[in-house]
Unconditional design. Sequence first.
Length: 245
Amino acid sequence: MRTTNPITTAIRSWVLRSPGRLASGIAIMVAILYLARLMVTTVTGTAGDTAEPLANAAHTHTTSVATKTAATKEITETEVTSMPASSIRRSPATAAMYYAHEFVDTTASPTQWAIALSRVTRPEHVNDTLAAARPTAQVSILGPTRTLSGTGTTGTTVEIDTSAGTLTVAVTDTDGGWQVDSPLPTLDLDDVDAAPTTPRTTRPSPATALSPERTPEPLLPSEPAPPAQRATIPELDTPLPGPIA
């Protein structure tokens, strides 16, 4: 004979008497399971399904901070020359320094020079007018970029000090990255052309100038000493005696 459990019988009888009690019973069971899972999570230290969303949120925050830091970092000429082509438009400073580095390059051919500048601006902006403003004498970049604050959210101004003056570069944030605006910046070529392009030669002053070397005269064979003067016979007052007969 099967024994009936009075506890389960009472619960089953209480639940099945009305749909409302059935729903309440299901809700109580769900709450009990949730509390049990929560206790297990607290004890084991496992976040379960919440770990991945938290990790994604942390990664997104880190990425945004890194992007913001990279966008505000000043760049040197050495840093921009070692960057890949895909990174030169990632910030206003990188685009401006790349433009300055290529603009003062006097070793590239006209075609190479135009292609290099077109990487950070629209190709039609690199025209004959800009080519006429290309430096012909060597110009040195003296320091890192200097991004001016408060110049706008989509447009920024970057200054770069060179041996021919300050190059002011206006850049704009586009879908493809930061690019240099038109009219493209140039330098004062009067100061550049005034500088000597060949090393100076120092001439010695007349006081310190060396006299030209003289070719030594060949030694002449020694002249024979003049012959000794012949002895002369002194004149006597008396005649010499003649021969004896």
